[in-house]
Design a binder for this molecule. Structure first.
Ligand SMILES: C[S@@+](CC[C@H](N)C(=O)[O-])C[C@H]1O[C@@H](n2cnc3c(N)ncnc32)[C@H](O)[C@@H]1O
Ligand SMILES: [Mg+2]
Length: 263
């Protein structure tokens, strides 16, 4: 009898342990290589990274009101909270900081790096003034598909343009492609180790004007130390930190960093 119990436990325990190791490994590796399209896709293939965004989309379509952006945002929040989500949406608490900074900037042209399922784009989209537009960059085509589905369901497809591709590839051509001169508000929320590189890219490409607001998420967790060092010790940026907690994980400290570009 004891042998049966032991064998059953082992049968359950070993796959769970392997799953845990794989998840940890994935999180570590993903941080390093999110900008490598092929490795990213390979990991997705084996570890099913798109399963969660797909579930969010299905849940939204089933439970939210078509064409009602606030209802879509609320359903996404409820779902992620209920699951103590591993989802990467900025969430409602940090979302309130995003709303505040966004409204203060009152932007015409908005750039987002890292769309995921479109949650933060929808949050900004519902505050967008008449005629203004959001361009949200997403490197993972499966995430971009899910985001497009949710954005269209919310009726925001005219206001939110998903820009498919990795930032390093799409930024050099984004202005010409969409007829934009500079962005007034930039929300940076993609791979944390690319924040500094991509901000410098925006500078070099002349995609920001005097007064452009750059808001960076997750500067404490998972953390973007090189980015913080760059903007905080730089006369070209006027910085404010908004300490907060990680989305859906109230025991983990995080912060958003607002930097106003001064040229
Ligand atoms: C934290 S999630 C974005 C969450 C989203 N802003 C929200 O709050 O709803 C980061 C996203 O950035 C994407 N990503 C990572 N590196 C990227 C890059 N170099 N260019 C474009 N997208 C990238 C990932 O595929 C992922 O979907
Ligand atoms: Mg984030």
């Amino acid at each position: 009898f004891l042998e049966v119990i032991l064998a059953t436990n082992l049968v359950l325990f070993i796959p769970l342990l392997l799953l845990r190791i794989a998840t940890r490994l994935y999180a570590t590796v993903q941080k390093q290589i999110t900008h490598n399209f092929y490795i990213f896709q390979l990991l997705n293939l084996f570890l099913g990274d798109t399963a969660f965004p797909r579930q969010i989309a299905d849940h939204v379509i089933k439970n939210a009101m078509r064409g009602d952006v606030t209802s879509v945002i609320n359903v996404m929040n409820q779902y992620c909270h209920a699951l103590k989500s591993v989802g990467m949406n900025v969430g409602d608490a940090k979302g309130a900081i995003l709303d505040k900074c966004f409204l203060e900037a009152s932007p015409q042209n908005v750039l987002e790096l890292g769309c995921y399922c479109g949650y933060s784009a929808l949050r900004m989209g519902r505050l967008l003034k008449e005629g203004a537009k959001i361009y949200t960059v997403e490197g993972n085509p499966d995430f971009a598909d899910v985001a497009q589905e949710i954005i269209t369901f919310a009726g925001m497809e005219e206001k939110i343009q998903i820009v498919r591709g990795f930032s390093e590839k799409v930024l050099p051509t984004i202005a010409a492609k969409y007829g934009v001169r500079t962005f007034d508000f930039v929300f940076i929320d993609h791979a944390k180790d690319l924040y500094e590189r991509d901000l410098k890219m925006l500078e070099d490409l002349g995609l920001m004007r005097n007064g452009t607001t750059i808001l960076a998420d997750n500067v404490i967790y998972p953390g973007a130390p090189k980015y913080l060092e760059y903007v905080r010790n730089n006369t070209k940026y006027d910085c404010t930190t908004y300490p907060t907690k990680l989305q859906f994980r109230e025991n983990i400290d995080d912060a958003l960093e607002r930097s106003v570009y001064l040229v």
